[in-house]
Design a protein around this ligand. Structure first.
Ligand code: SF4
Ligand code: SF4
Length: 139
């Protein structure tokens, strides 16, 4: 089952220019209905159920079928991210709730130095080296 929006929970990302689910979907599937201020998936057969929109939605308004390798048929799963962990809340068919929390970082949020101190290469698009090469290759 592809992503679907629980309209009662969706606030249209408070009418931002680009909603969180629009921003994150790798297939550009999520759109905002400007009349109702609710998002929806415009091409469900193109959704690969990657969970990106489910994880980023600030109001937990999006659901996707849970993968069979971590939850049984008929259950519903909802992830809730914090700055250092993600909690997966699973509601089973008999309404039993289970929550599983996992760390998602080993360093504080915002502390990563993208180039790790290496000088960046030129902007020459014909240069075959990656951004910090060749210095980072001699580490
Ligand atoms: S991210 Fe969530 S709240 Fe924001 S528009 Fe999409 S479904 Fe609605
Ligand atoms: S589950 Fe992934 S592919 Fe499907 S709508 Fe959400 S972000 Fe896009």
């Amino acid at each position: 089952m592809p992503s679907f929006v629980i309209t009662g929970k969706c606030d249209g990302c408070k009418s931002q220019d680009r909603t969180a689910c629009q921003y994150i979907c790798p297939n550009d599937l999520m759109v905002l209905d400007l009349l109702t201020n609710k998002a929806y998936n415009r091409a469900v057969d193109m959704c690969w159920e990657c969970y990106s929109c489910v994880k980023i939605c600030p109001t937990q308004a999006i659901e996707v079928r849970g993968y069979a390798d971590f939850m049984p048929a008929g259950a519903v799963v909802q992830p809730l991210r914090s700055t250092d962990a993600i909690m997966w809340a699973v509601r089973f068919r008999n309404n039993t709730m289970r929550r599983f929390k996992f760390p998602i970082r080993t360093t504080p949020e915002g502390s990563i130095e993208p180039d790790a101190g290496f000088p960046t290469a030129s902007d020459d698009l014909n240069d075959p080296g990656l951004r910090t090469e060749p210095d980072s290759l001699r580490r």
